[in-house]
Design a protein around this ligand. Structure first.
Ligand code: ATP
Length: 361
């Protein structure tokens, strides 16, 4: 398929400079600065209420920021209306018109903008082929499955051929299998079109698998802005560490031992240098292994068999510290089973009072 030259160029860079947004007393965003290069896939990730949708709506021009500026391709668009920004959008609710056919739904925006009929049809053709909707163009939305409706909503954004596409939790109405499929499709589509994507989700797996860059938000502020690999390997804080991973990183209190830092309440087995005492130790469950002898004594609290792996939640010592291990195979053992666990050599240390990552010990 020929990609129109105007969306194949380097257009679509987004820069936010100190964006803030207040709704009366409620502060939804504070000091948000970020840069998404043209053609990149940026995910806004965070728990419910952290400001993801508000930030997306500020980029779209549907909300005016109370502070800060927004630049698209270096141009200050802070005061421009949505239609002047070269942006398409896909919402969580597909918002398809029930009385219009799939084809009419897809070209609705083009009609509204008085795009000539021949061009409308050419774009519809290209888009329908790209999204595998050719055979469904005459149906009404009610005659489509959820996945097909989602594809029509995507088509409606793609047909606009805008250099930037914004998506707000577009897959949350689909079942898990379809979600995984659509995730791959959206990523492939974004790369094929060379557009800049800003994608809102609270699902870390979605963020990690799709993004070039993840912006993790917490209470309206950026907690960490990093590649998925870096976010996983070097979480900047306890919040970031416990948001990423299935299950997320375990966090254990360290106290001084005879020969270095040990886990609070556990036998005197050194797990980190003495300088780490007082900090929190972060351990990725997939890096913990079962040991025959030696290793850290643990008591199994709960095990969850997932098919290829088992997630084992264990108590370490007698001061309430818990460690999760994600191990290959079926280890559905009864609660109370005594185990020995081996911790990974790489350490994640966080300050107990601020939750911030400590420089490598
Ligand atoms: P979710 O994942 O639940 O959709 P979110 O991260 O997208 O959450 P936002 O919808 O951006 O969060 O909301 C951020 C904060 O701003 C919340 O405290 C919310 O209640 C508040 N908020 C959002 N829109 C408005 C509004 N129009 N009026 C008042 N408060 C609002």
């Amino acid at each position: 398929m020929a990609i129109p030259p105007e969306i194949n160029g380097p257009r679509g860079a987004i820069r936010l400079d100190g964006i803030g947004k207040a709704f009366g007393e409620t502060r939804a965003l504070s000091g948000v600065s970020l840069h998404a290069p043209a053609g990149s896939f940026l995910v806004l990730l965070g728990p419910s209420g952290c400001g993801k949708s508000t930030l997306l709506r500020v980029i779209a021009g549907l909300e005016a920021p109370t502070e800060g500026r927004l630049f698209l391709d270096g141009r200050d668009v802070t005061g421009l209306p949505p239609a002047a920004r070269g942006i398409s959008m896909v919402f969580q609710s597909y918002a398809l018109f029930p009385h219009l056919s799939v084809a009419e739904n897809i070209v609705f925006g083009l009609r509204a903008r008085a795009v000539p009929r021949a061009e409308r049809e050419a774009r519809l053709d290209r888009t329908a082929t790209m999204l595998g909707l050719e055979k469904l163009l005459h149906r009404r939305p009610s005659q489509l499955s959820g996945g097909q409706q989602q594809r029509v909503a995507l088509a409606r954004a793609v047909v606009a051929e805008a250099p930037i596409c914004l998506m707000d939790e577009p897959l949350s109405n689909l079942d898990a299998k379809l979600r995984a499929e659509m995730r791959r499709e959206i990523r492939a589509l974004q790369q094929r079109l060379g557009i800049t994507m800003v994608y809102v989700t609270h699902d870390q797996a979605e963020a990690m698998s799709m993004a070039d860059q993840v912006v993790l938000l917490r209470e309206g502020r950026i907690e960490q802005d990093a590649t998925p690999a870096n976010l996983y390997a070097n979480p900047a804080s306890v919040f970031a560490a416990s948001f990423i991973g299935t299950p997320p990183m375990s966090l254990l209190r360290l106290v001084p031992g005879g020969d270095g830092a040990i886990i609070a309440g556990a036998p005197d087995l050194r797990v980190a240098p003495g300088s780490a005492a007082g900090a929190l130790l972060g351990v990725r469950p997939e890096e913990v292994t079962l040991a025959d002898e030696g290793g850290l004594p643990a008591t199994l609290l709960d095990s969850e068999f997932l098919g290829a792996e088992t997630v084992m939640t264990c108590a370490i010592g007698d001061a309430g510290e818990k460690l999760a291990a994600r191990v290959q195979g079926n280890h559905a053992l009864p609660a109370g089973t005594r185990l020995r666990l081996k911790l990974p050599p790489s350490l994640h240390l966080f300050e107990a009072n601020t939750g911030l990552r400590r420089a490598a010990a």
